[in-house]
Design a protein around this ligand. Structure first.
Ligand SMILES: Nc1ncnc2c1ncn2[C@@H]1O[C@H](COP(=O)(O)OP(=O)(O)O)[C@@H](O)[C@H]1O
Ligand SMILES: [Mg+2]
Length: 263
């Protein structure tokens, strides 16, 4: 099911202007705030072909540049997504770029600087120059997220347009959740969003270890669609995860859920 993206903070307009100006964009925000959905929606509306790389510690240079393969005695070079997007002038989406290792970032930096070109030292030494309309959008999670590293300043500077995407205001989160569910449980969903915001605030001041995202408030609504009672859905989606940090952590949240959804 393709859900219509709600552009509640005018991000699409900024992406449009950046695209027209040939400036690369960095989207900063916690997980589940709609970063990937925003980028996909923009690419779809603009009719741009989108290549996506989701970075982790295991992402190697070869994912970006390409790999040599030997087929029936001849060496072939399979282009990586970075090289492919440059050659074709497509849109490149670098998701969670701050999980990438330093050597990978260094290679990216080569392509992202003002010359917008890269030397294929791993194959023919060919210089690949990006097509005029090549467009790069990256995302990073705030540093509080485990596994994330600070993005080196020279990489940051390649993305001079920065969009902040936070958890939306309550009424907008309600509209978003309603796009994903079919039933009419407005008051229960509002209650779940209030719960999520309480947990987010506690996580922001490090009273809790985990901050629920829009994925959770959407999942809550979807469980109601499947006739799970609201309190049970709240425990399943919002409560149980805290067991990971022990019973005291879980009990704190469980008490909040009981106070909001009754016994
Ligand atoms: N503005 C929005 N409009 C519609 N759906 C949204 C919006 N923001 C978030 N969502 C939904 O929330 C979920 C998480 O969004 P996603 O784009 O994957 O977040 P991120 O990439 O920031 O982790 C998805 O199911 C997405 O459809
Ligand atoms: Mg994402």
């Amino acid at each position: 099911m393709e859900v219509q993206y709600i552009d509640w903070n005018n991000s699409i307009q900024i992406l449009n202007k950046a695209y027209d100006a040939g400036l690369f964009v960095l989207i900063i925000g916690p997980k589940g705030t709609g970063k990937t959905s925003l980028v996909r929606d923009f690419a779809k509306n603009m009719n741009l072909d989108l290549e996506s790389i989701n970075f982790s510690l295991r992402t190697r240079e070869s994912h970006l540049i390409g790999t040599k393969t030997l087929i029936e005695g001849t060496v072939r070079f399979d282009e990586g997504l970075l090289v492919k997007s440059m050659k074709e002038g497509n849109m490149l989406y670098l998701d969670e770029i701050n999980s990438a290792e330093a050597d990978v970032l260094l290679r990216l930096d080569e392509a992202l600087d003002d010359r917008r070109q890269i030397v294929l030292k791993e194959s023919t030494g060919e210089v690949v120059k990006a097509k005029e309309k090549w467009f790069v959008v990256a995302t990073i999670n705030p540093l509080t997220h485990s596994g994330t590293k600070e993005l080196p300043p020279q990489i940051l500077s390649r993305f001079p347009v920065r969009i902040r995407l936070e958890y939306p205001p309550e009424n907008i989160e309600l509209d978003i959740v309603k796009k994903h569910v079919s039933g009419n449980y407005e008051s229960e969903i509002i209650q779940a969003i209030k719960l999520a915001n309480t947990l987010r605030q506690a996580a922001a001041v490090e009273e809790l270890f985990y901050s629920p995202s829009l994925r959770e408030t959407i999942a809550f609504g979807k469980l109601l669609d499947k006739e799970v009672p609201p309190k049970e859905a709240a425990n399943i989606v919002f409560g149980n995860v805290y067991t990971q940090w022990g019973n005291i952590e879980y009990q704190k949240v469980s008490d909040i859920i009981t106070s909001m959804f009754g016994n």
